[in-house]
Design a protein around this ligand. Structure first.
Ligand code: AMP
Length: 167
């Protein structure tokens, strides 16, 4: 059984209903158990800004699927909920990203885990930290992600100095 975190976002149609629908569809997959859900956040679109605000949330699941099988299932949910891929960062009924999958680290043409843009996206990090913070035995994971987030956001917290040269 693997623990994974998914980011859900919607900015077309009935956004809240789309999120609820996606969670129901995840629960309908035999090998997926939805363990926790964050609050829903309304956020400004990133990238292509001339589009409606998004509703975003993060869910924690336990799954017997492999990362590839999980991607197949999340893509099925995206297409069943009518996602139109006209613009890469454009409006969408449902976007599901795999944020973390156990301690998996990979980068291939189909799948990058942890999700490569999670660190710079408040709409991912804030609901993710909300789930971590409500679960005391995830303090370590929480601190690790917070540190990564500081480093990747370019803030001067987290990383004290560049690696000394010639060391
Ligand atoms: P996007 O349109 O930004 O949702 O990107 C979808 C594409 O990103 C899909 O074709 C996936 O194969 C690829 N992808 C790479 N890493 C991930 C990930 N961690 N979660 C979801 N999709 C991913």
């Amino acid at each position: 059984m693997s623990r994974s975190y998914l980011s859900l976002g919607s900015n077309l149609g009935n956004r809240e209903e789309n999120l609820t629908h996606a969670i129901r569809m995840l629960e309908d997959v035999e090998q997926i158990r939805v363990e926790k859900t964050s609050s829903i956040y309304q956020t400004e679109p990133v990238g292509y800004s001339n589009q409606p605000d998004f509703l975003n949330m993060v869910v924690r699941i336990d799954t017997e699927l492999s990362p590839e099988q999980l991607l197949d299932e999340t893509q099925k949910i995206e297409s069943e909920l009518g996602r139109v891929r006209a613009l890469r960062f454009g409006p969408r009924t449902m976007d599901v990203d795999i944020i973390l999958f156990e301690n998996e680290k990979r980068k291939d043409e189909k799948l990058t885990i942890p999700h490569p843009r999670m660190w710079e996206r408040a709409f991912v990090m804030i609901p993710l930290l909300e789930i971590f913070e409500n679960t005391s035995n995830e303090v370590f994971e929480c601190e690790t992600v917070r540190l990564y987030s500081d480093i990747h956001s370019g803030s001067n917290r987290g990383k004290l100095s560049e690696k000394p040269e010639n060391k």
